[in-house]
Ligand binder design. Structure first.
Ligand SMILES: Cc1cc2nc3c(=O)[nH]c(=O)nc-3n(C[C@H](O)[C@H](O)[C@H](O)COP(=O)(O)O)c2cc1C
Length: 336
């Protein structure tokens, strides 16, 4: 049976171009974030709580907002009001950037999927740091862990990637409960090369050296397209460098399940990613003690359970939220 979002809200949003619908929703949630009566309405969606402690943080429930939905961190109080157990903003880059030419988000309803080639459109680390400082001062900071996902600016050469990440890390770490290093988005040329041992080692060392007296948990977000050998090397480096968690996975470049006439360049998310991301979660959990946050095709309680059974400690939603709406959180918590 369809829920109220699927019956009434999704048809309206899906009548708009995907990016217009996205901006409309984010603006609405951003505005709601300033008004207690609006936040009270959003709280009617909240799922039951089932708290969990991981990397020294208390998560009221294990369902998080995946990176990319609130790239600029404009609606943190609204996500918490909807009942997310943690919120990951970003990807934030050192420099503000517009991203790729539009159109750059495509819906594939038959496949329960999205393809995007946004290319890290975001306000940049400085503006976002100011926004987060203002939120903190306003007393509206959300009562759940906030992760900040950082990536490389497009204008920065791959050889300078470490400095670029360091800039965002230094600017944003005080606001983050954990920092995610995104080295796996397919839409910034060369970014995935940072998963190669030499480059990843340099990045992890540099960030590790910055830790200071109050180190923040560091999480690495990986691609579903890594080979077994690549995964082995990534895990070894993460262990060596005291990485706290791994997000598996980002979007895939494997479009083999998509009919050619619907295909677009970009990262594929949603249902076609399900088996691949679950397999990777299982493999990481089997090979390493580093906790896994699962991301990929969580659309209902059953697909969420699959991720936990594969060994995930926490899960994150993106495409499932677009197709199933905020009632998905309660559906998952009730069904676990
Ligand atoms: C439109 C869109 C934008 C995204 N932007 C980002 C991003 O900026 N950074 C990131 O780490 N992941 C990004 N992702 C990936 C998601 O966070 C998630 O890892 C991936 O979509 C798989 O989960 P899903 O099948 O539930 O969508 C994006 C995904 C989509 C669909």
């Amino acid at each position: 049976m369809k829920n109220l979002y699927e019956l009434f809200v999704r048809p309206l949003l899906f009548s708009l171009d995907a990016e217009t619908a996205h901006h409309f929703t984010i603006r609405l949630l951003g505005s709601a974030s300033h008004f207690d009566p609006a936040l009270r309405v959003l709280k009617s969606f909240q799922p039951s709580s089932k708290s969990k402690t991981l990397f020294g943080l208390n998560f009221p429930n294990p369902i998080g907002l995946a990176a990319g939905l609130d790239k600029n961190g404009v609606a943190l109080p609204a996500w918490a009001a909807l009942g997310f157990g943690f919120i990951e903003i970003g990807t934030v880059t050192a420099k503000a950037q517009p991203g790729n030419p539009k159109p750059r988000i495509f819906r594939l309803p038959e496949q329960q999927a999205l393809i995007n080639r946004l290319g890290f459109n975001n306000d940049g680390a400085d503006v976002i740091a100011h926004r987060l400082a203002a939120l903190r001062e306003s007393g509206r900071w959300p009562p759940v862990p906030v992760g900040i996902n950082i990536g490389k600016s497009r204008a920065t050469a791959l050889e300078q990637a470490t400095d670029d990440y360091l800039y965002s890390f230094r600017r944003l770490r005080d606001f983050a409960d954990y920092i995610t290093l995104n080295i796996s988005s397919p839409n910034t040329p060369g970014l995935r090369q940072l998963q190669e041992p030499e480059k990843l080692s340099e990045l992890l060392h540099a960030i590790g050296n910055e830790a200071g007296t109050a180190p923040k948990p560091l999480v690495v977000k990986i691609s579903p397209d890594v080979s077994g050998a690549e995964l082995k090397a990534i895990l070894a480096l993460c262990e060596e460098n005291g990485v706290s968690g791994i997000i598996a996975t980002n979007t895939t470049l494997d479009h083999s399940s998509i009919p050619i006439q619907l295909d677009q360049a970009g990262g594929l998310s949603g249902a076609p990613l399900r088996d691949k991301s679950t397999a990777l979660v299982r493999e990481i959990a089997a090979r390493s003690a580093i906790p896994v946050i699962a991301s990929g095709a969580i659309f209902d309680a059953e697909s969420a359970r699959e991720k936990f059974q594969a060994g995930a400690q926490l899960i994150q939603l993106y495409t499932g939220l677009i197709y199933r709406g905020p009632q998905l959180l309660r559906e998952i918590m009730d069904g676990l």
